[in-house]
Write a protein that binds this ligand. Structure first.
Ligand SMILES: [Zn+2]
Length: 136
């Protein structure tokens, strides 16, 4: 059984590989639909992002058991910056599985507060959930 750290490292390694495959697969599409200038700029941006990801891989900042689930806060690359993400993981008979992912709230920067009030964007929890991770 992998530790949660080993599981997350495998997840990021395979996620990075999946991104490379998606980028390679989109080349023919871009060549058909965008100008040569746009294509070159796209490749330039991708190369910068790839270099950044290689030099600054995802880092697990903390892991905390919350009863049925475990939460891991991760600093991970997005473009040429790092963002904080909150992963909710559950240990199943198949090993660790990600149940949902949260993004640090852009508006309160994870504090849950805006001025004197509770942040209305994240309901005061400091994290936002989208798509499959949204449980509202
Ligand atoms: Zn917020």
């Amino acid at each position: 059984m992998k530790t949660i750290e080993e599981f997350m490292q495998s997840y990021f390694a395979e996620w990075t590989e999946l991104n490379y495959i998606q980028e390679a697969n989109s080349e023919a599409f871009l060549e058909r639909f965008v100008s040569i200038t746009y294509l070159h700029k796209t490749r330039e941006e991708r190369n910068k992002d790839t270099l950044y990801r290689q030099m600054h891989p995802a880092v697990i900042l903390s892991v905390e058991n919350k009863g049925e689930t475990t939460e891991a806060i991760v600093s991970q690359p997005l473009g040429c910056e790092h963002e904080l993400r909150l992963y909710h993981l559950r240990l199943t008979k198949y090993g660790w599985k990600i149940e949902r992912k949260g993004w640090q709230c852009y508006f309160c920067k994870g504090s849950g507060r805006r001025d004197e009030d509770r942040c209305s964007s994240c309901d005061g929890v400091g994290w936002r959930y989208y798509g499959a991770s949204d449980r509202k």
